[in-house]
Design a protein around this ligand. Sequence first.
Ligand code: SF4
Ligand code: SF4
Length: 426
Amino acid sequence: MSTSTPTPARFLDYEKSLACIHCGLCLSSCPTYLETGDENDSPRGRIYLMRAVQDGRLALGETVVTHIDRCLGCRACEAVCPSGVQYGNLLEHTRDHVEKNFARGAFQNLLRRVAIEKVFPNRALMKMALLPARFTNWLGAGSLLPKFAREALALVPDDVSAGDLPERSLTCRGGDRRSGRVGFIRGCVMDVMFGPTNLNSVRLLNAAGYDVVTPPSQGCCGALHAHNGNLAQARIAAQANIVAFEKLDLDAIIINAAGCGSTLKEYGHLLAADPAWAERGKKFSAKVKDLTEFLVANWPDFHSALRTPRSALKVTYHDACHLAHAQRITQPPRVLVKTVAGKNFVELPESDLCCGSAGTYNLTEPEMAARLQHRKTENILRTKADLVVTSNPGCLLQIRAGLKKAGSPARVMHIADYLAEALGVS
Ligand code: SF4
Ligand code: SF4
């Protein structure tokens, strides 16, 4: 690794970086600060580091990069900040600056530039990459691998299943009960590992009265690149998706993965400096809705479609960071889960504290990810829930692996699967 000489660099929007008034109200919401107690692992400390690098008071060295890398990008700090600090924006621009100016070791480069940026967003490559992992799991040979590989392998589920969604899926209500037409984003990880969940999401939308269009020309939303410090590639991904959807006459564009949803809702910001794309980005983002917020707003008689009798399973809900903090959506998924579970619903302590998945964080920062996974697992065990429902594939895999490690029989389900099963449409 190398260290550059401190020189002023313009990578942050200066106004945005000055908004922090150092009040410290965000500290108790920051998972990494809660774990380490180190101010440099807090939002306030990181903003200070970012500004010091920008002002040329601090070199972009290993220490600074360690604290920036250790940030989950969960944006819990942003949701509680009284000063309206746009922490996610500051972090993305800092990471972009880090990746352009800091020389990482060979392993981190391979992980970030190849695995995360090239393999994950590519359906065929990701399917191929999963084969040896699943084979090793099947052989039970994971224990022979080093710790890092074991942790990564534990995330790969046995029941990976890709999906081939039809380009058009018509509502089963038909006739005058058709409520409208929506687009569907199939995602990268969702498409390759959670095919049945995508299918259930479309079935739910159909049951709610909506025709669903899934344009085959859509691609990765750009979240993997944006969170990994490659804003240029994230912009290219955003433009491709705008082109894929903008000519369709849609009431909304639906996403069932929280991490993708927050990036899709921010295309307007991502493309703001490009006059050819800024307005198109804004229009696209205005149509993006998380599956749960859309269902709650547009399916008033959801409860009457439920199967009876209800399951007796005790159910809890984990808030995905990019749904709860980045999109501020906490009630719609709860409304839906509580409608199904009734008195069997139990709140999860620290439900909106990151589980350590944070996109690809559990691959780049496995140590902190494991600490947060353990914390989440302990909280779940305290509820004695039989089932954990969540709304993001990364959280689902991370929590499932944590419960397995703890020897717990509790199941983890994506909310689309949970609802589809309860309605009998899965
Ligand atoms: S980020 Fe917001 S909450 Fe945190 S110290 Fe700064 S102003 Fe206060
Ligand atoms: S994004 Fe999350 S981990 Fe990063 S500083 Fe904010 S609260 Fe802490």
